[in-house]
Design a protein around this ligand. Sequence first.
Ligand code: TXA
Ligand code: MG
Length: 383
Amino acid sequence: MKNTLISTIDADNFSDEELEPFAEMLKSGKTVAFPTETVYGLGANALDSKAVRAIFQAKGRPSDNPLIVHVASRKDVESLVEEMTPLAQKLADTFWPGPLTIIQKKKSDVPETVTAGLDTVAVRMPSHPVALRLIALAGVPVAAPSANLSGKPSPTRGSHVIKDLNGRVDGIIDGGMAMVGLESTVVDATGEDPVILRPGGITREQIMAATELPEKRRPVEGQSRRALRDEKAPRSPGMKYTHYAPDAPVLVIRASRQENMVDAIKNQARHYCSEKDRVGILCTEETLKKGWPLLWKDGNPRLERITSEGWRLILTGSLEKPETIANRLFDALRSFDDTDVTVILAEAIPEDALGQAIMNRLLKASKGEMAGIETDKNLSGRS
Ligand code: TXA
Ligand code: MG
């Protein structure tokens, strides 16, 4: 057990003095969890292999899954990357600081522990004021995966990090709730066209607009002709692991039309209830208001809601504002771990813009998806 230093820091009003002890830790090869605008990261000096190994150990992360290196300025990128391609420059100009990670050919100084032996490195300049200042004060590039135990949903609150990593890392900065709530978009910018390896806070449409790509060169997620030709290994090794899962299995419920969603969820919930499951439901405001109007109250997402059927209902956000769903998703998934539910039925949402990243994470958290209405036919996804 490590003696973890924990500090609460107000992201809107903090001093360098408050961050200094943590910056010192990073300088001296220790591990520090800190808030970013996407999710919390668990950082260590990216140029120090031993420090980076401590990250993998604290998280229980497989060593073949490379890390994102966080920088505080464009100058910091020079120590990591041979040369930024014009595409990478354009993306950095447009989206940094912010939730976009850019993959480039790496310099030899970047240890293999960071890149899991790949010849590329993932770099991001976060926009969270605490993250930016911490990295600047540390004066080193900071390798940081999400600050959760491997397999758990990424942390969006300091309390999530404390639950997973207290005693396993040297420092934790609790800076309140992450703004975006989903991890950064990962883009391979080693070629001429961007390849989206992981959807996230920056959407495909935003990337197309920034790079002035015509519709026929619309980036396909996780693929490119070059990738298919050149590479034997998967391009983004992290995508193959199970992720984000709460303790109870998650089943994603789809409905043929949005107006059928309440029925779809209720039918499946009745089915699981009859199988002696304790049912949890993860749904949007719209579904809650229509299906259980008495439970809406003031819409506080953290309110305890048990339906008259005895199901536990946890709210994500509004379909009209997908950013509220993104912001709440991991917190909502994690909050089921404090309950006794044995199955979680999660509402699918349309996969446009941010919906793509939200559904990507939800499906990774799940054991399967099913059409909600066809109660009897489609239950084989369960495990
Ligand atoms: O928003 C985020 O990206 C957060 C915050 C802390 O910055 N970080 C994060 O890191 O989500 P992590 O380790 O949970 O996810 C990093 C992803 C993984 O899927 C990994 O495989 C991929 O980036 N990745 C890292 N380096 C790569 C590389 N050189 N080539 C391809 N994929 C890479
Ligand atoms: Mg992660």
